[in-house]
Write a protein that binds this ligand. Sequence first.
Ligand code: AP5
Length: 233
Amino acid sequence: MAVESSIVGPVILLGPPGAGKGTQAKRVELQYHIPQISTGDILRENVKANTPLGHSAQEVMARGQLVPDELVNPMVAVRVREPDCDHGFILDGFPRTAAQAGWLDAFLDHEFFDKSLHVNGLPIVIRLDVDYNELLLRLTGRRSCPTCGRIYNVHLQPPKVDELCDDDGTKLVIRNDDREEVIRERLTAYVRQTQPVADYYEQKGRLMSVNGDLPVDQVTAQIFCIIDNSLRR
Ligand code: AP5
């Protein structure tokens, strides 16, 4: 049952490429009425629209590397200042470097919490832990709907009709960076640059981990439990 009150605060979903951050963020969005902010989606929209940001990010993303902090942080600041984030939001794919995590803490402290009386508490940081081979299966099998954004997997969660979205019948697409050589680079970038983000939050006693290897509904149940518990505090 969806939660009536929408005062949740920021939720951060951490985890390697293919861990299920996007899949779960969409469910958190529906349950708690807070918007999903996917830095990957925003960057891909900019690439598609050929904006200056998209132009700068395109090649880096195609190689599976991280877009520089000085481009990503201001992009997040702009999105979080939009009014639909007043009661909370889910960050999917951000922060991804220790520097981004430090920037986010300062931003939330000095700019965001001061201005919004609606959002309470520190971010809820949840990491999805998934086995390496499972990640490869998920990324190579991923398909998504370009119209509604619903995510499928040809191996694990296929659509009812081959290659077509169950909700709107649109032909499903494969992401540009889901090619094997790029996947390897993305996983390497995760280990080198994003694992320190988990250490950052762990040292502050704010990291919660869930078993992301489980079926989607069971992962969702673990996440809702963490959020519900933090709301009761
Ligand atoms: P981004 O778009 O954030 O991609 P990612 O982190 O690599 O994560 P994915 O979207 O691949 O996976 P996911 O965890 O969301 O999994 P999903 O739910 O889709 O980033 C792309 C690029 O943008 C980066 O490489 C970088 O260049 C740039 N970028 C983005 N943010 C940045 C930042 N902050 N700083 C710098 N650069 C940045 O699920 C995957 C598949 O598994 C699906 O097929 C799904 O159906 C299936 N699945 C999900 N959960 C389960 C389950 N429990 N059981 C079985 N199958 C499952």
